[in-house]
Design a binder for this molecule. Structure first.
Ligand code: NAI
Length: 246
């Protein structure tokens, strides 16, 4: 039980990597708030988890909207009375090459993937500062580390997430709060379903482990960074990409 009696908020927890992490955390003894835009998937995840005896509760949120985030944090506190871990995992893509990308495509991805991380973190830290303990894990991407064709918006947001991680580690580390990031490679979820087969083949070929990542590969990294085992790690960006970014 590596997270016994801890409460974790996982943004984007209704699907993909976030949902896998929610189940993993609950199995390690955590109370988990899956907070997501998608009500149908969120309620379904909550129901399934309760049937399995896990303490997972769904709260609706739009991470890009500050009022919605503040309300969600209040609701989570009302229900669990504690917030020990925040996983800033919610994310979207609107891929187009620079020539074709609209300002709206650019702004939307920044609003969710970067400003959303700012909103959620700023809303939870008062509760962590009170306890002088907390774990914040931000989800970046290999696109944020090395850039990617067709992802000006996404790469900029995910590189920005690395900047936030390093800044907050410096600001909050002395107050007992660890802030780290995970940079996933290509992980088998809805998000990568639009990538053409040919490109997928090439991706597998440039990965040292010749396969795509699984949501559990990222959930394991989140778990380590959320647990006491990583207390002396702060401001780190952990690539979980099968050796793609060497
Ligand atoms: P996914 O599309 O399966 O899940 C994303 C979740 O975020 C969905 O449940 C969605 O409803 C939620 N969401 C979207 N906008 C939201 C908003 N405004 N407010 C609240 N929730 C919102 O995606 P996946 O693959 O599980 O991605 C999780 C994280 O990992 C994202 O930050 C993504 O950028 C990152 N990532 C994923 C990679 C992949 O290959 N799948 C690679 C690198 C990073």
């Amino acid at each position: 039980m590596r997270l016994k009696d801890k409460t974790a908020i996982i943004t984007g927890g209704a699907n993909g990597i976030g949902l896998e992490a929610a189940k993993r955390f609950a199995n390690e003894g955590a109370n988990v708030a899956i907070v997501d835009y998608n009500v149908e998937a969120g309620l379904q995840a909550e129901q399934e988890s309760q049937e399995n005896g896990q303490k997972i509760k769904f709260f609706q949120v739009d991470v890009a909207n500050r009022e919605s985030v503040d309300l969600m944090v209040k609701e989570v506190m009302g229900h669990f009375d504690s917030i020990d871990i925040l996983i800033n995992n919610a994310g979207i893509t609107r891929d187009k090459t620079l020539r074709k990308m609209t300002v709206e495509d650019f702004q939307k991805v920044i609003d969710v993937n970067l400003t959303g991380v700012f909103h959620c973190t700023q809303a939870v830290i008062p509760y962590m500062l009170e306890k002088e303990k907390g774990k914040i894990i931000n989800t970046s991407s290999i696109a944020g580390v090395g850039g990617n064709i067709g992802q000006s918006n996404y790469s900029a947001a995910k590189a920005g997430v690395i900047g936030l991680t390093k800044t907050w580690a410096k600001e909050l580390g002395k107050k007992g709060i660890n802030v780290n990031a995970v940079a996933p490679g290509f992980i088998e979820t809805e998000m990568i379903k639009t990538i053409p087969d040919m490109l997928m083949m090439q991706i597998k070929m440039i990965t040292s482990s010749p396969r795509l990542g699984k949501p559990s590969d990222i959930a394991n990294a989140y778990l380590f960074l959320a647990s006491d085992e990583s207390d002396f790690i702060n401001g780190h960006v952990l690539n979980v990409d099968g050796g793609m970014m060497k």
